[in-house]
Design a protein around this ligand. Structure first.
Ligand code: GDP
Ligand code: MG
Length: 371
């Protein structure tokens, strides 16, 4: 397997090396001129310049390309929207996500989802599903974006009606807009005596975010996350927004997606919550994620039930990785263990090299502060 350096890649594409470096930066990778890039990074960076990378090793080529391969129309099927809730601290993100998680009952199954998990899939009516990312607010959203992961289809921006549009509300709106993610507003805490949802809508209007009620294009719904009021209607609006996006994916290929969270569990080893974005993830698959890889030993859904596969827009908890990848890392199912190990090792080396370099990059200002 051949890996080229940043400057070699720039030469091959006949572009200025600084352009390659800044493109890497926009993907959350801080690279130097002589740094070697792993297969996936190469593919992604070259793609930014309109190039397609052909790898010497056919296996790797196939594995990495699988996710980007043109999906023929007949292989595409509708998928659920993936939704993130963002907003100012204490405006009710956790309350809303908890309400949805704990009340959702899939037909024929008792109870909601009891465990806390970074992503869960709920069924509202037959065929009307939504996948929620339950990450701590927009920090995770930005962290994931910085790592090049675009996971969210729709953002619910929650604003407490007994408060105002706050700095983090504005930040969340800006993040969603910058990512081109449609927004649905949830005006929360309408049960509170001092609540004034109209004032929030006015504040939004002043920012040029005009809600539908006011003749604008943004859907909005008044809710009480505490009492569960208005939440069904809010989710209907989210589904409406999703319909317009015509989301689909090809389930008939090796899976690729994003790591949502991961940790080391005493009894079970490394546990990762992943979100499948294309293809179908199967128990036994060889997964490559960041610097780690492994065969999936067991796979569970958000209800802790053992599952054998997970399709597009479905979260899954997987056991079997040999480490804990970072939230926002992509994962790919690989054809064979040798390639998975090869890329994982290269990435580990890359990270080590980066670590060494950043240690050397201490500015005088920082040294001053230490003394
Ligand atoms: P987060 O910081 O955005 O996750 O906000 P939380 O969900 O933790 O909510 C902050 C506080 O507001 C908590 O004390 C909640 O119980 C309360 N809260 C959230 N939603 C509502 C609501 O609809 N009505 C009322 N009365 N309180 C709420
Ligand atoms: Mg919270």
């Amino acid at each position: 397997t051949e890996f080229v350096s940043v400057s070699e890649l720039a030469n091959m594409m006949d572009v200025n090396v600084n352009e390659v470096i800044s493109t890497c930066m926009s993907l959350g990778l801080f690279v130097s001129i002589n740094q070697r890039l792993d297969a996936e990074t190469l593919t992604v960076v070259a793609d930014e310049f309109g190039y397609k990378v052909e790898f010497v090793s056919a296996d790797i080529q196939e594995s990495i390309d699988d996710a980007d391969e043109e999906d023929s129309e007949e292989n595409l099927v509708p998928r659920s929207p993936i939704v993130t809730v963002m907003g100012h601290v204490d405006h009710g993100k956790t309350s809303l996500l908890d309400y949805i998680r704990s009340t959702n009952v899939i037909a024929g199954e008792a109870g909601g989802i009891t465990q806390h998990i970074g992503a869960y899939h709920v069924t509202l009516d037959e065929g009307k599903d939504i996948t929620f990312l339950d990450t701590p607010g927009h920090e995770a959203f930005t962290a994931m974006r910085a790592r090049g992961a675009q996971v969210t289809d729709i953002a619910i921006i929650i604003v407490a009606a007994d408060d105002n549009v706050m700095p983090q509300t504005v930040e969340a709106i800006n993040h969603a807009s910058a990512a081109g993610v449609p927004i649905v507003f949830a005006i929360n805490k309408i049960d509170k005596p001092g609540a004034n949802p109209e004032r929030i809508k006015e504040e939004l209007a002043n920012m040029n975010y005009l809600v539908e009620e006011w003749g604008g294009k943004y859907q909005s719904h008044d809710i009480s996350a505490k009492q569960g009021k208005g939440i069904e209607d809010l989710l209907e609006k989210v589904l409406l927004e999703a319909e317009m996006l015509e989301l689909n994916a090809n389930p008939k290929k090796r899976a690729a997606g994003t790591i949502i969270e991961s940790s080391l569990d005493r009894g079970r080893g490394y546990v990762a919550t992943v979100l499948v974005q294309s293809g179908t993830l199967k128990s036994g698959d060889i997964v490559l994620a960041g610097q780690y890889f492994g065969h999936i030993k067991a796979m569970f859904n958000e209800r802790n039930q053992k599952i054998e596969e997970a399709g597009p827009a479905q979260p899954a908890i997987i056991l079997g990785l040999d480490g804990a990848p970072q939230a926002g890392d992509n994962f790919h199912v690989m054809e064979n263990e040798r390639d998975a190990r090869g890329i994982a090792n290269k990435r580990e080396q890359l990270a080590r090299e980066q670590g060494l370099r950043s240690q050397k990059h201490i500015t005088l200002d920082e040294i001053g502060r230490r003394i």
